[in-house]
Ligand binder design. Structure first.
Ligand code: HAM
Length: 425
């Protein structure tokens, strides 16, 4: 679990703003659910024989009421729970997005944490293949908005895992196939063979690579309607020139999926290279007590996204503060505080140095705080009621300054400051 320190959060806030505005541009509305849910929700929703439920949940019994709760390991089940509870799809389908921390007790390694943040979307009440196409277009819009283009753009892997009836036949065939190789399977996969052979395809054991390639393919088990859904989706992606790779081994690690599943992989990352995963989960809403309805969604891992940008572009430092006010006396400090209050009302960010440090130390601090402008308040400024404003952290205008009456400060800053929101573009 990581502390997110201010420098990192500059990048995060930039990403958060851009990603949420892409979601809003597709007509999604935000939803916030609690980080704690009844454990039962995840047992039923994600499947009892998934890695997450078997060994990764932070669960506890509340001694005050004897009920079991878990920190949410993901948010799809909770969003569906909330939608059923509040009857959100009563009149019309719903498009929802969320952002927040998820918790999984995994073995920590680069790109895999026990608390991590997801940006996710869920489309509830949507049956057609156009919904998955929209999800994928939206992911692409996110990559573009945050500056992941060219060889930084994640690659889309996609598959169809059919209906639950089709999957039952497939899982049976998979079981029979792997049964013949029990001497090659490790303990973990022997367990999977007994409980759910589909999970063997999820295995990270590299020795099983060839075996997984030779195993029966889900595509041979898809019925007419599943095939048509998948083919229609792929041709829509083709018509939008979205490259993808059909990966017949892609099954995803959660039981609620059916039909389309997809992942975006980023080559800039190490072993944990999936930045986004999602798919269709039509059976989940009725499973959690709602009416039968189509649903699909995805979630993006924030840490992994931020890591690509940091590795690729370095820890870029934009200017995050418009004005830094330094002073030469207590009276000048009070003057600066008063003027700062006035210009903040105009939408300018100001930090007044509240210390007694020397002017030199205060100026150094102004640079370090990445302010765009510095104003020094001294005896002369107080007498003349004017202020000297200097450009800082600006290669072209470094050292230049402008004198102006107090009353003109806000207008000058609004005209001359730049918005450094696009850190990576
Ligand atoms: P997921 O594949 O388990 O799917 O997680 C989605 C993304 O969250 C991953 O692709 C990865 O970027 C990030 N992630 C997962 N675990 C970790 C971790 N331990 N540390 C850092 N990042 C991680 C879901 O959670 C589904 N709820 C997605 C979904 C939404 N499907 C339909 N709707």
């Amino acid at each position: 679990m990581n502390d997110l320190l201010p420098q990192k959060l500059r990048i995060w806030r930039d990403l958060e703003k851009k990603i949420s505005s892409v979601f809003c541009s597709y007509g999604f509305e935000e939803i916030r659910t609690p980080v704690l849910e009844r454990t039962e929700l995840f047992l039923r929703g994600l499947g009892a024989v998934t890695d997450i439920v078997e060994k990764e949940m932070y669960s506890f019994e509340d001694h005050l009421n004897g009920k079991k709760y878990s920190l949410r390991p993901e948010n799809t089940a909770a969003v569906v729970r909330a939608s059923v509870q509040h009857n959100l799809t009563y009149n019309e389908p719903k498009k929802l997005w969320y952002y927040g921390p998820m918790f999984r007790h995994e073995r920590p390694q680069a790109g895999r944490y026990r608390q991590f943040f997801q940006f996710g979307v869920e489309m509830l009440g949507y049956d057609g293949f156009e919904s998955e196409a929209e999800l994928i277009l939206m992911c692409k819009a996110v990559w573009q908005a945050i500056g992941l283009s060219g060889n930084l753009q994640p690659v889309l892997k996609i598959n169809s895992i059919g209906t639950s009836e089709e999957r039952t036949l497939y899982v049976k065939a998979l079981g029979e196939f792997f049964e013949r190789y029990i001497d090659v399977l490790d303990d973990e996969n022997l367990k999977r063979l007994k409980k759910n052979p589909l999970r063997i395809l999820d295995s990270k054991n590299e020795n099983l690579g060839t075996l997984k390639n030779e195993a029966p393919k889900i595509s041979s088990f898809l019925g007419k309607s599943s095939k048509a859904h998948f083919e229609n989706l792929l041709s829509l992606l083709d018509s939008y020139s979205i490259p993808y790779e059909v990966d017949l081994k892609l099954v995803r690690g959660l039981d609620y999926y059916s039909s389309t599943v997809f992942e975006w992989k980023a080559s800039a990352l190490g072993a944990q290279d999936t930045v986004c995963g999602g798919g269709r989960y039509d059976a989940l809403v009725p499973l959690l007590g709602g009416s039968q309805q189509g649903a699909c969604g995805f979630a993006i891992g924030m840490e992994r996204l931020a890591e690509i940008l940091e590795t690729e572009y370095g820890n870029k430092e934009g200017c995050f503060l418009d004005l830094y006010c330094a002073h030469t006396s207590q009276a000048a400090k009070m003057m600066a505080i008063e003027l700062a209050e006035r210009v903040r009302k105009e939408g300018i960010s100001v930090r007044v140095d509240l210390t007694e440090s020397s002017l030199k130390a205060q100026v150094r601090r102004a640079f370090r705080n990445r302010a765009q402008f510095l104003a020094i308040f001294g005896e002369e400024e107080m007498k003349a009621q004017h202020v000297n404003v200097r450009w800082l952290n600006n290669e072209e205008r470094e050292g230049q300054q402008r004198k102006m009456p107090f009353g003109e400060l806000a207008e000058f800053l609004l005209k001359n400051k730049h918005n450094d929101g696009n850190l990576y573009q």
